[in-house]
Structure formats: C-alpha cells, structure tokens
Design a protein around this ligand. Structure first.
Ligand SMILES: [Zn+2]
Length: 380
C-alpha cells in the first residue's frame, strides 16, 4: 500500500462525501487546514502517517482509500435540482456531496468490473445531433433531432409504440448501470458520470416518486446517448428524448385524444407509468392542447402539483446490474461482502448500506445451542 502515492483527490472525495469543509476536518482531526488544503491540491508527502490516520478516522474511510489512484470526476455532464430541472437551488456543499457519492460508487464498480465481463444485450447507443451528416463524429449515428434518437432507440429495443414497463432493465441491458442512491439533503433528481474506460453510470435520487425517477432516468439516458460534451441545448434535448422514449407520439396520441380530465390522465399514468404532469406537457408538445385549454388543464392539476393522487401511484423500478455484479463475486467467486468491501477500500457497513446488503464476514463459529429440557416437575 505505502509504495503507492497518497492521492489528495481521495481526501477531497472523502471529505465531500461527509459534507465537511476543510475547516471542519481540520478542527475534527487536529491536522492544520493548510496541510489538508495542500494535500488535496496534490502536494503529497505533506501529511505524516499519524495525521493521515486521524483524517481517516474522522472521515470513516480506511487509510488505504487515500492511496487509490482513480480519477475523480468533479462535475457530471449535468446535474438536476428538483425545481423544474433548472440549475439554481442546490448549494455547493450538497452538489459536492452527491458528486462525491457518485465517484465513490464508480470507484467500487470499477473494481468489481475488473473481475467480471459484462455482455450487454443491446449495443450502447450513441448519437450526435447535426445539421449536416458530414458533421457527425465517426462513433455516433448522425440524427437531426433528439426525438429521432429516441425513435431509433425504441426501434433497436423492438418496442413498437407501446409503454415501457421497466425502463431500468432496458437501460441496463444497454450496458449503462443505474444506481438508486441516498442523496441525503441534496435536492437533486439525478445525474450521470462518464468515467474513462467505463460506460456511463446514471445516479437517481431514491427518495423521489417512481414516476419522477423514471422520467429522470429517461432524461439522463438521453444525456448518456446524446451528449459527449455539454452544450446549451442539452437540457431541452434530453427532455425531448425522454418524452418520446416514454410517451412515443404515435402511441400516446390516440390515448390522449380520449380525454384529458385528471381521472382520465390518472388512468393513462398507470398505463404509461409517467406522471400526470408529464402527460399534460406531452399533450402540449403533440399539439393536442394550447393556450387556453392548456391553461385550464394546469389549473385543474393545481392541487396535485406537489403530490399526484395516491390512487395513481406506480411501483418503483429496481436496478439489478450492480447487485448482479456483487452476487457474481459472492456466489461465483466465493468472496464475502467484507472481502469485497475491503477490496474497494470501503468499510463493510457502508458498502452494505450503499448497495442495500447485509454485511457478511468470514463465518463466525456458531455458539453452542442452549438445550432446553422440558421438565414436568415445574408444573407440580
Ligand atoms: Zn439534464
């Protein structure tokens, strides 16, 4: 371990993961803030081993974690605060904390992928929106709108024009891992990291309603297949992609034409597994309603803005790929959860918590069983 270089980026990651400032960490660990700052900015050799151990204790990471040489991604392609998907309301500390969370998962998944080959059922689609075909990069399919990309993806998945029952399974079958995670206090719906040498990983806030998580997944998947580099149009494009993917025009139009009352939209919500709000947006984008009729529908919907009617709730989807990857290590390769946690330099309890598991270690010898001797004398 010690022949490897201390990686200041890992100190920053762990500190952000625990939502601490350098000043907080200095106060808690007794290590001067200037030394922490210099370490994070890659003046290695700055910290003594005892100081590092103190930092590790405060941050609840094994010391070995700080010697990991992984690249840390400071900024996802996009990150979505709750309020209408505009980048405004998330504090810097919350943003750093969720990005650190994503990086922590990526570090673990990268290790796990070392031992297991993924063979996705579908090719990971990649598109580039261009005005002229010659403008497209070689790896991408040239298309002219985000909607065309969604149409091509649906065709590749052989879905026809119907609802997608389990979007997560299709995204994961395309080799893109989906992680539902605890974003803590951060008011963020989802984000995507694009680690070097790996397929993108999509992170979703597990505390959101199922319909909203599905739309976030479709939106993030749009970024993953459309946006190698961020640009100004990307949010609009990702929403357009998500709408067509979840509510293809040809499939949804006949349903929307049957009526747009809140109860009717509720039934469509159960069928299409999208929020009533996104069905209203869709009715606008396929030109079924406009101006006054749209305004009236939004007024009817008003009372349900923060909570759509309970009777139309849908069940959440469950990602499986990360769990399968861990199971391949425990069942096929014979590791315990504690072994795996050690290999990914994370304490077992935290690893288990991140992946919804119960930590299992080397088998502890069972205590000898108590023997009960029923004794009729007691009744006497
Ligand atoms: Zn976005």
């Amino acid at each position: 371990m010690l022949d490897r270089k201390l990686n200041g980026e890992m100190v920053r990651l762990a500190r952000n993961r625990r939502r601490m400032t350098q000043t907080d960490l200095a106060a808690a660990s007794g290590v001067p803030q200037t030394a922490i700052s210099r370490t994070e900015n890659d003046a290695s050799g700055e910290l003594g081993l005892e100081q590092l151990k103190s930092i590790a204790r405060c941050l609840q990471f094994p010391v070995a974690f700080f010697y990991e040489q992984d690249t840390v991604y400071r900024q996802p392609i996009s990150l979505h605060p709750a309020a209408f998907r505009k980048r405004a309301s998330v504090s810097a500390r919350d943003e750093s904390a969720v990005i650190a969370l994503g990086n922590h998962y990526v570090l673990q998944l990268r290790r796990l992928l070392d031992a297991v080959d993924l063979n996705p059922e579908f090719e990971t689609p990649k598109f580039e929106i261009v005005k002229t075909r010659s403008g497209a990069a070689e790896f991408a399919r040239a298309i002219s709108t985000a909607r065309d990309a969604a149409i091509a993806v649906r065709a590749g998945w052989q879905l026809g024009d119907g609802p997608i029952a389990d979007l997560t399974s299709y995204v994961e079958a395309s080799g893109i891992m989906v992680i539902k995670a605890d974003f803590g206090a951060a008011d963020v719906d989802g984000f995507t990291l694009r680690p070097v040498g790996m397929d993108p990983v999509i992170f979703l806030n597990q505390n959101r309603p199922a319909d909203r998580m599905r739309f976030s997944l479709a939106h993030e998947f749009g970024h993953a297949v459309l946006h190698a580099f961020p640009d100004e149009a990307m949010e609009k494009e990702a929403n357009e992609f998500a709408s067509e993917l979840l509510m293809p025009r040809n499939g949804i139009l006949p349903d929307l034409r049957r009526g747009l009352s809140i109860p009717a939209l509720g039934k469509l919500k159960l069928k299409w597994r999208v929020s009533i709000a996104s069905l209203i947006y869709r009715a606008s984008s396929v030109d079924l309603i406009e101006g006054e009729s749209a305004r009236r529908l939004w007024i009817d919907f008003g009372p349900y803005r923060t909570r759509e009617p309970v009777e139309f709730d849908i069940a959440p989807e469950q990602p499986r790929l990360a769990a399968d990857l861990i199971r391949a290590h425990t069942q096929d390769l014979g590791f315990t959860i504690v072994d795996i946690a050690n290999a990914v330099t994370t304490f077992p309890n935290e690893f288990a918590q991140m992946h919804g598991l119960v930590p299992t270690g080397p088998r502890v010898p069972e205590k000898p069983k108590l023997r009960l001797v029923p004794n009729f004398k007691r009744q006497a």
